[in-house]
Design a binder for this molecule. Structure first.
Ligand SMILES: [Zn+2]
Length: 115
């Protein structure tokens, strides 16, 4: 079974990366960070979860995102690699911060613009 823990360290990392990369369209207060343990998937280091528009309306909340890092994979990375993973996940969030996600193809373009 997967266990989820809210993670303040990841939360601070998100704030810092958003700042450093000038991702001003991202509201870090609405990016909730979790660390999980027990995922079966062998490849995933982290993932970004969205709250679709219909759920925002149903629950009467604004758009939020969750960044989940997989403890077994993420914890052994260097600081630099961790930042890179977080940046990658943040780039999944579209400019509109509306509740959708950008695919990897769109992400490539976004990454190139940052360089
Ligand atoms: Zn990705």
């Amino acid at each position: 079974m997967i266990k989820y823990y809210k993670d303040e360290e990841i939360q601070n990392r998100v704030r810092r990366v958003v700042d450093q990369r000038s991702l001003s369209y991202i509201d870090p207060n609405r990016v909730v960070c979790f660390k999980s343990k027990g995922t079966k998937s062998k490849r995933i280091i982290a993932r970004c979860w969205s709250l679709p528009t219909i759920w925002q309306k149903a629950l009467e909340v604004d758009a939020h995102y969750v960044i989940e890092v997989i403890s077994e994979k993420f914890d052994r990375l260097s600081e630099e690699q961790k930042d890179h993973v977080i940046l990658h996940e943040l780039l999944h969030i579209p400019k509109g911060f509306g509740g959708g996600l950008r695919h990897h193809k769109q992400l490539k373009n976004a990454l190139e613009k940052l360089r």
